[in-house]
Design a protein around this ligand. Sequence first.
Ligand code: AMP
Length: 120
Amino acid sequence: MSYDPSNIFARILLGELPCKKIAEDEHTLAFEDINPQAPVHILVIPKGSYVDWSDFTRNASDVEQSAFTKMIGHVANIAGITDSGYRVISNSGNDGHQEVPHLHMHVLGGAAIGPMVSKR
Ligand code: AMP
């Protein structure tokens, strides 16, 4: 999948769409999910144009990858869910049911999240 520069998260990064920002650094932005699936539902995205996890791990610099990983722990700390626990998910591609084609991690917590996936 090639990167679509008009995707929703690209437009948030450009300031064309608003977001409820939780944290930001040079390489990464974290904001609240617009349709939260848990009391805490934060999205962490790289500022670079990466479609998904595979694209990011292949093509992002070590500095970008390090910043992204650290931001996940940082926002969990800001949200106060470090001790109670949380889940980090990245949906990738068709089988992963990815809707927005810009890499994002979902950080979910604030209550028991339940089984990892529903059984088929
Ligand atoms: P995914 O299915 O993993 O691609 O998840 C996309 C996520 O983006 C969903 O949880 C949506 O609720 C969320 N989302 C879509 N538009 C926005 C937006 N404008 N601001 C914040 N979150 C959004």
